[in-house]
Design a protein around this ligand. Structure first.
Ligand code: GDP
Length: 358
């Protein structure tokens, strides 16, 4: 399964956010290093289409797609040199498919900041610097070996150029991800560089920030082209304790249309390069996860590996066409249901029935 690692300086609200994400009670204490063990939480991806699909098919239940989050131990200055929990941190982050960096943007005199002040730009730089230094070490080890192999024609010179270009970008203080469009990411893939992972920034904000589009635009500009989400981790952890209705009322009162967790799941999902397709029947309406660009047999393989091997064809209708028609029979009568073969590239919101042999 694809997972998003949650990182951030100590005391920025990672545990609080993670509690909300998992509705669990992980230790959230007001001191650095409270978060030690990595934990995994699985969160439902909100999708309004699922409820509508279930009523079209009279499904007994709805099964949403999910996004997995891993809580990764707090990073500190010097992590790339193995200080504090550094080595553990770097190993855990390497395994994640994307990184959500939690940044403190809330004021609270009762909550200590490790550097003694609230400064999102400097916090982001602290963490990025550790990732950059760790990646520079990786490249500095790899380049001399690769140079030898290129000399005896055992490696591709294009790979060496890609490594050197990445080292230069890092040396200028940029993450690989932020310069991905200038670099040959394919050649860099085998190194699993930390700063090459897709990033999302989660600003743990207070009412001052949540109520100020200008302040949010400033913070978003700090991290562009990476996507960011603004939420109040403390509020989120309270929302999950409420009934759905109470939670909605509380959100409306604070002027928000959607909970921060829903936003995070959505942005996380798209940052991972994923999309959903749907299956439906009287038993269940269900959302399945595939990478963008996946073919119909690959999508079938998400349900069962046998379905990929034995793929014959897929009966496909787009969700919008199905909903407009009102039922599968009417969609068929309107000519909106297609038979697709093994080269078909899945589209977000396809409602599918796979035909497969055993
Ligand atoms: P971590 O070290 O990054 O995991 O941070 P924690 O989640 O343990 O939070 C550190 C302290 O900040 C705790 O006392 C939390 O209650 C508090 N905290 C977390 N999020 C918020 C927030 O959004 N607003 C305020 N005022 N306090 C928060």
């Amino acid at each position: 399964a694809l997972t998003i690692g949650i990182v951030g300086l100590p005391n920025v609200g990672k545990s609080t956010l993670f509690n909300a994400l998992t509705r669990n009670t992980v230790l959230a204490a007001n001191y650095p290093f409270a978060t030690i063990e990595p934990n995994v939480g699985v969160v439902n991806l909100p999708d309004e289409r699922l409820g509508q699909l279930a009523s079209v098919f009279g499904s007994e239940r709805e099964v949403p797609a999910t996004v997995s989050f891993v809580d990764i131990a707090g990073i500190v200055k010097g992590a790339s040199e193995g200080e504090g929990l550094g080595n553990q941190f770097l190993a855990n982050i390497r395994e994640a498919d994307a990184i959500a960096q939690v940044v403190r943007a809330f004021e609270d005199p009762d909550v200590v900041h490790v550097d003694g002040k609230i400064d999102p730009a400097s916090d982001i730089e602290t963490i990025n610097t550790e990732l950059i230094l760790a990646d520079m070490q990786t490249l500095e080890n790899a380049i001399p070996r690769l140079e030898k192999q290129v000399k005896i024609k055992k490696a591709d010179p294009a790979k060496l150029s890609a490594y050197q270009a990445a080292l230069e970008v890092l040396g200028e203080g940029h993450t690989v991800f932020s310069r991905a469009s200038d670099l040959d990411m394919e050649q860099l893939r085998d190194l699993t560089l930390l700063s090459a992972k897709p990033f999302i920034f989660v600003f743990n904000a207070d009412d001052g920030v949540l109520g100020s589009p200008e302040r949010q635009a400033e913070l978003a500009a700090l991290v562009a082209p990476a996507e960011c989400v603004f939420l109040d981790a403390k509020l989120e952890s309270e929302l999950v304790e409420l009934s759905e209705e109470e939670a909605r009322e509380m959100l409306e009162m604070s002027g928000q249309e959607e909970s921060g967790l829903d936003k995070l799941a959505r942005v996380g999902f798209s940052t991972l390069g994923l999309q959903t397709y749907l299956t439906a029947g009287p038993k269940e309406s269900r959302a399945w996860t595939v990478r963008k660009g996946a073919t119909a047999p690959q999508a079938a393989g998400v349900i069962h590996t046998d379905f990929e091997r034995g793929f014959i064809k897929a009966e496909v209708v787009s969700f919008d066409d199905l909903l407009a028609a009102g039922s599968m029979a009417d969609a068929k009568a309107a000519g909106k249901v297609r038979m697709e073969g093994k080269d078909y590239v899945m589209q977000d919101g396809d409602v599918v029935e796979f035909r497969h042999g055993q």
